[in-house]
Design a binder for this molecule. Structure first.
Ligand code: SAH
Length: 282
């Protein structure tokens, strides 16, 4: 069972980020993904937890110096730069948002990694790369935006070399939703531009359809969603207190996003997981 908002298209996602990107990025300290808070010391911040999430992805993708990794939905580039710094691998980041690609390029230059990391505008369903040209790939919170998830996975499987790993960090359904529950969540699918969610147990099947083998499915909901939202709520409260809630996003969007966060928190059926897959060697 796959749920989501049927009006999500790549054009709608680009338009959404044109308004929401600065707001999300400011809340999350740069990158645009949940933190991984497991065993973090007291007083840790959203950026600390965010780097930990990327560290977990780095560990799972398992590449070494000189290898090449594809970052699908690279956003503003922080995870790709962190991956390059941590491993010495070469990273190619792609995104449908030209603005994100530009910001990501600026970041790589500022970090003096532009010889090792490059960013390009591309849609995952039309990857402009030859077969078997990457040693690893990841999608860090981009998969749920994709209306055609099978086409996305097939393309990634095509450009991965045999034995290469694909790591996905994504929202998942932990338990099935009734039609009534799904209807109640329509506003959430819309505010998050969520095209589809694969149930936790559905990943091996969906990946197999694209020729990928599932190595691991790791439900990290309790270490990601709850603590990240709690930290964002604290941040918003502090900002409101200081009356410094300055941003170029409209008040409507901010309110919709806060309401989405509340609805999200009240729905334990939506979780967060890391899925590790690999392309078979024979
Ligand atoms: N991985 C980044 C960004 C997450 S936001 C981070 O963790 O910071 C999701 C990103 O996926 C957005 O930048 C969005 O433009 C991109 N995206 C969504 N659909 C895509 C598609 N079909 N092809 C490539 N990128 C896509």
């Amino acid at each position: 069972m796959i749920r989501g908002d049927s009006s999500v298209t790549t054009a709608a996602v680009v338009e959404y980020y044109a308004e929401a990107s600065d707001l999300i990025s400011a809340d999350l300290g740069g990158p645009m993904h949940f933190g991984y808070w497991r065993d973090l010391p007291e007083g840790s911040t959203i950026p600390d937890a965010s780097r930990r999430m990327t560290e977990l992805m780095v560990e799972k993708v398992g590449v070494t110096k000189g290898q090449r990794v594809l970052d699908v939905g690279c956003g503003r580039g922080q995870p790709a730069v962190q991956l390059a710094e941590a491993t010495g691998a070469e990273v190619v980041g792609i995104d449908i948002s030209p603005r994100h690609v530009r910001l990501a390029g600026d970041l790589a230059r500022a970090a003096s990694r532009d010889d090792q990391v490059r960013f390009e505008v591309a849609d995952v369903t039309e990857l402009p790369y030859p077969p078997e040209s990457f040693d690893g790939a990841w999608m860090l919170e981009s998969f749920f935006h994709m209306p055609d998830q099978t086409a996305a996975l097939r393309q990634i499987a095509r450009v991965l070399r045999p034995g290469g790993k694909l790591v996905i960090a994504n929202l998942v359904l932990r338990t099935p939703l009734t039609d009534e529950q799904n209807a109640r969540l329509a506003s959430l699918w819309k505010v998050g531009q969520i095209a589809a969610l694969v149930p936790l147990s559905g990943y091996p099947g969906v990946l197999a359809e694209s020729g990928l083998y599932t190595d691991e499915v790791l439900d990290i909901s309790e270490h990601s969603i709850g603590p990240t939202f709690a930290a964002i709520r604290e941040l918003h409260a502090a900002r409101r207190r200081a009356e410094a809630a300055e941003s170029n996003a409209s008040v409507d969007l901010k309110e919709d996003m806060d309401a989405g966060m509340d609805l999200f928190s009240a729905t334990p059926a939506i979780g967060f997981a890391i899925i590790v897959a690999s392309k078979p060697t024979a």
